[in-house]
Design a protein around this ligand. Structure first.
Ligand SMILES: [Zn+2]
Length: 721
């Protein structure tokens, strides 16, 4: 059923679905969404879809689902699992079609028309969802079936669907009285409008925030290819000179190379203040209001806070459990970050004593956030003699994709890939692959869209165009999007090892979607709680450094020579380098998220900058040189992408994935037997059973924090505290 969409992972799925509030909307056959796509596997006809097609199709989709839901709710027959729960699963196909196609385009290739449609439709979609989950008659039927569940003798997946459906109604407020339901609808509509406004402002702010200079000398330290890319970026935005577009995180990749301190500071400040300039793109009043509305929503739904309500159906179950888990990581992370900072300061100070060695370093100052990456890179070079520029030639993107990402999946699961050129795409850069099982049968369609564009949302994500369901007879059609720096025309497509890791990560989500083998769409693939959904993706990252996989893809783009063993060893040794910084900035963002969402409704709206500072201080995470990975004002995950009170999920999932990889290592590593067992017991199962039970059965016990600290090289720091 279209309403319950959790298939979008990371920054996707900003569009929740909803019904047309009684609006009459008829859709003609000239609209490409009128019927299921006739392309193979119902792949969307991106070549036929025009911007003007979305709005009428969304309205018609909502109206159609409303009508179907009304029919189910008003059915004079006694409520049964088939005529109510399964019937609901069958609703919303038109809405699902148009929403999933539009989400893809809105995320990766948007324009002002689509932005406007999203803005207009967001509150209607929210109202549509409310109309379903706050429909008293429908809930009465669901509740009746729920109360009789012991007598129904349902198969386990059907039992799970009943449980999840019932919980979703209760979670959405089905038990509230009419007055409170009306209040909740208002709060939901306002939250949705604010969330949409946040996205719009942030996209504009990020675009406007690019560092622009006419002076090539300001970019000293960057390679000629990167300088050419900066010149091209300036040209596409109609500026003279050079532009460094902002990435969505606080730290910017170029900070690692820029040797002119003034440039670093300027770029960092562009990033840090991007959405706090007091202009139309300033997001602070929007997020302050949103946090307050969410607190009121939590209270209305019977919880102390929004986070209490939000985590009810997650693996962690309560904010206290998530906070306890994060708090336990803070000492090891900050102790390591402090040691890293000392190493960095030593490099700065040595340069001050001996100005002849490195004029660019200047020296004589305390390390600031904009210095961190630059000097960390020097510490890395000094300690491991590893230079990012040395390794990039071994990471040509197509080679990484086919001989790395696809290869690992082939070794583990036996699947194979064939590029297709007959399916239309949303942008020229997009590639399409058909995926086959080991026996040659069709498994899925996979799109990838890796290069950064100004009309693409920041970050990387996976989402579905068609979700797998045996009930609906559909197989997965899904995609990965990222924001890698595009090479200048004629330059080889070399990426960083961080980009390589991102490809493995997003492909892990894709595998979770591809292997889905569910009867019901609501339980299929990535439709799992937030603190589980990052587990398959983060688990898949581990294969990037697996010796067999690495040797297979890390080859020089010109000579085809394998990466020299010495360089490979350096990459591995340096894998836990800077992990204090990395974990601290993640924890800072995650704790910040949780504090925004554990505000009681009785407090007034907070001033974001003051709140942020106090929140970090309270957790011993106000470290001057290590700012949060996302600042409140550009923390898109929590204000626009479904990760509200959920950013801890990345760390929680890390505990799961590190324990899982350790299991693989203890059982023979990269083998079909291990892969097939993991596919059968976890990756194909979606949300078809309790996820704690599913995980523990596969692992043979409960996950512990130890493998995670070990993986990050923090065992020593953890033990010291
Ligand atoms: Zn992810």
């Amino acid at each position: 059923m279209g309403v319950v969409r959790m298939a979008s992972v990371v920054l996707a799925g900003a569009v929740a679905l909803g019904v047309a509030n009684g609006q009459e909307s008829k859709l003609g056959p000239e609209n490409p969404f009128y019927k299921a796509s006739t392309l193979p596997f119902q792949a969307p006809a991106f070549d036929r879809i025009k911007d003007a097609d979305y709005e009428p199709a969304l309205l018609a989709g909502m109206a159609e689902q409303s009508e179907a839901i009304r029919t189910i709710a008003d059915n004079p027959a006694v409520p049964t699992f088939e005529n109510t729960i399964v019937a609901m699963e069958r609703t919303g196909d038109l809405l699902d079609r148009v929403d999933s196609a539009m989400s893809a385009v809105a995320g990766a290739y948007t324009n002002p028309t689509i932005e406007k449609i999203q803005q207009v439709m967001a509150p209607k979609m929210a109202a549509h969802e409310d109309e379903i989950y706050l429909n008293g008659k429908l809930f009465h039927r669901v509740e009746t079936i729920w109360n009789e569940r012991a007598l129904l003798k349902l198969d386990p997946e059907s039992e799970r669907l009943l449980e999840i459906t019932y919980q979703r109604f209760v979670h959405a407020g089905a038990r509230l009285n009419e007055a409170d339901k009306a209040k909740l609808k208002e709060l939901n509509a306002e939250e949705s409008t604010l969330s949409n406004a946040f996205s719009r402002k942030l996209l504009a702010a990020t675009k406007a925030g690019a560092y622009v200079t006419a002076d090539e000398a300001a970019l000293a330290g960057m390679s000629p290819a990167q300088i050419a890319a900066a010149a091209a970026a300036a040209k596409t935005r109609g500026s003279q000179g050079y532009a460094l577009p902002l990435q969505n995180t606080t730290q910017q990749p170029a900070l690692e190379q820029l040797s002119v301190r003034k440039t670093r500071q300027a770029l960092f400040e562009q990033s840090w203040t991007r959405a706090e300039k007091g202009d139309d793109n300033d997001t602070r009043s929007t997020i302050a209001r949103m946090a307050h509305i969410r607190a009121e929503k939590g209270k209305l739904l019977g919880f102390d806070t929004y986070a209490g309500w939000k985590l009810e159906n997650q693996m962690a179950k309560t904010p206290e459990a998530a906070i306890k888990f994060m708090d336990a990581l803070v000492p090891a992370a900050t102790a390591r970050a402090a040691r890293e900072q000392k190493d960095i300061q030593a490099v700065i100070d040595s340069a001050a004593k001996d100005p002849g060695t490195a004029a660019a370093q200047q020296g004589g100052f305390q390390v600031q956030p904009w210095d961190w990456e630059f000097y960390a890179e020097q510490v890395r070079k000094a300690r491991y003699d590893l230079d990012e520029r040395q390794v990039r030639p071994y990471f040509e993107i197509d080679n990484v994709l086919q001989n790395g990402v696809f290869y690992a999946a082939n070794r583990l699961y036996g699947i194979t890939f064939k590029e297709r050129h007959d399916l239309p795409v949303w942008a020229p850069d997009v590639r399409v692959f058909e995926v086959f099982n080991a026996d040659g049968s069709h498994l899925a369609i996979f799109y990838c869209d890796y290069w950064k564009r100004d009309n693409k949302r920041g970050g990387a994500w996976m989402s579905s165009l068609v979700r797998q369901s045996k009930l609906l007879g559909t197989s997965p059609v899904l995609y990965n999007v990222a924001n890698f720096t595009k090479p200048a025309e004629g330059q080889p497509a070399l990426i960083t090892f961080a980009d390589v890791t991102t490809m493995f990560h997003e492909f892990g989500h894709a595998l979770h979607g591809m292997f889905a083998d569910s009867e019901y769409p609501s339980l299929s693939g990535t439709s799992v709680p937030r603190d589980f959904v990052e587990f398959p993706s983060q688990f898949n990252e581990h294969w990037a450094l697996n010796p067999e996989v690495f040797a297979h893809y890390a080859k020089h783009f010109q000579t085809g020579a394998p990466m020299p063993a010495q360089l490979v060893a350096k990459i591995k040794q340096s894998a836990d380098f800077n992990q204090g910084y990395a974990l601290t900035e993640l924890l800072a963002a995650a704790e910040l998220d949780m504090q925004w969402h554990t505000l009681p409704a009785s407090l007034p709206e907070q001033a974001p900058d003051d709140f942020e500072k106090a929140a970090l201080a309270k957790k011993n995470l106000l470290v001057e040189a290590v700012p949060p990975r996302y600042r409140s004002s550009y923390f898109s995950h929590i204000w626009a992408s479904g990760y509200a009170a959920g950013y801890y999920a990345y760390l929680w999932s890390e505990m799961l994935d590190d324990a899982a990889y350790q299991w693989f290592e203890e059982h023979g590593g990269l083998t079909r037997a291990n892969g097939d067992r993991f596919r059968a017991m976890v990756l194909s199962r979606g949300n078809s059973e309790d996820l704690n039970a599913m995980y523990d059965r596969w692992l043979g016990g409960e996950p512990k924090i130890g493998p995670m600290l070990k993986q990050r090289g923090l065992v020593q720091d953890g033990a010291a505290k």
